[in-house]
Write a protein that binds this ligand. Structure first.
Ligand code: C2E
Ligand code: CA
Ligand code: CA
Ligand code: CA
Length: 273
């Protein structure tokens, strides 16, 4: 038992050290990635359910590592959020995507809204609002063509502070969306107070709607609640034609998901210019 115990202890230490080393390495790699241009925006179409037309695109960060290939944002965004890196990356993402969309609008006449994700940590950054303003003025993208997505959990963490930042962003004329809705616990009153434009139903609720009565009931009530406070509703993670048909019947406004289009480079989605 003694040897076993020591073995376990040893095993644990090695595992922990390896995890920490991996994280440190990844953080350094991420710093390099920012400087070497390994980060790039993919764009996923958002489709209007009445017309079937693409009305918006969501910019999603991609990291192509020189040795490890594609690394998921679910893995590196939390890492970036532990340091100031997220603010640097977030600002660059805003600049690059507003520039791309402004040029597509001017050269190809594409009338699309650009959706950009804003992390919890960026909401605390005093430079966020000027950075958004700067991205708009330097590219000429109309403020009403930019929608910033903030997760429900980020908004509920410190409601007063979040409310102030959102008000400042709103005064620039940009649109605001609550992302991953249903994973937190916000009330109708809180939603109304935040004066948002769009509500995105989390993929976890969309996955089951065609099979489960419960999931369908939840989505139905989220849509009714959102419409009651004049929010446009987007369903994310739509993977099948059945889900899409059902969402249309449930009066959902817009949808996004692999069934409609995967996130791809600007050149792949809009063509080379
Ligand atoms: P999110 O904002 O909820 O973005 C939607 C995620 O769902 C994306 O994952 C997208 O590729 C994926 N997705 C879209 N349609 C489907 C579908 O039909 N099925 C499935 N299974 N997945 C689908 P991705 O690109 O891996 O991004 C993950 C998360 O990383 C995002 O979740 C967002 O929270 C964060 N993220 C991505 N880009 C940025 C960024 O530029 N800034 C910040 N702060 N966060 C970002
Ligand atoms: Ca999002
Ligand atoms: Ca989402
Ligand atoms: Ca999500």
């Amino acid at each position: 038992a003694k040897t076993l115990g020591r073995g376990r202890h040893h095993f644990f230490d090695v595992g922990l050290r390896e995890r920490m080393q991996r994280r440190l390495r990844m953080e350094q790699d991420l710093r390099d990635a920012v400087h070497d241009g390994q980060l790039w925006p993919a764009y996923q179409p958002v489709v209007d359910l009445k017309t079937g037309e693409m009305v918006a695109v969501e910019a999603l960060l991609r990291w192509t590592h020189p040795r490890h290939g594609a690394i998921s944002p679910a893995e590196f965004i939390p890492l970036a959020e532990e340091s100031d890196l997220i603010n640097v990356i977030g600002k660059e993402m805003l600049r690059a995507t507003t520039r791309e969309l402004a040029s597509r609008r001017a050269n190809q006449g594409l009338d699309l809204t650009l959706k950009v994700n804003i992390s919890t940590r960026q909401l605390d950054d005093p430079h966020l609002v000027p950075a958004v303003q700067d991205a708009l003025t330097s590219t000429g993208l109309p403020p009403s063509a930019l929608c910033l997505e903030v997760t429900e959990s980020a908004l509920m963490r410190d409601q007063e502070a979040a409310g102030e930042v959102l008000a400042a962003l709103r005064s620039l004329g940009v649109l605001l969306a609550i992302d991953d809705f249903g994973t937190g616990y916000s009330s109708l009153a809180q939603l109304r107070r935040l004066t948002l434009d769009t509500l995105k139903i989390d993929r976890s609720f969309i996955t089951g709607i065609a099979e489960s009565r419960d999931a369908e009931a939840i989505v139905t009530s989220i849509i009714a609640m959102a419409h009651a406070v004049d929010l446009t509703v987007i369903a994310e993670g739509v993977e099948t034609a059945e889900q899409l048909d059902l969402l249309r019947k449930l009066d959902c406004d817009q949808a996004q998901g692999y069934h409609l289009g995967r996130p791809v480079s600007a050149a792949e989605l809009f063509g080379t210019q």
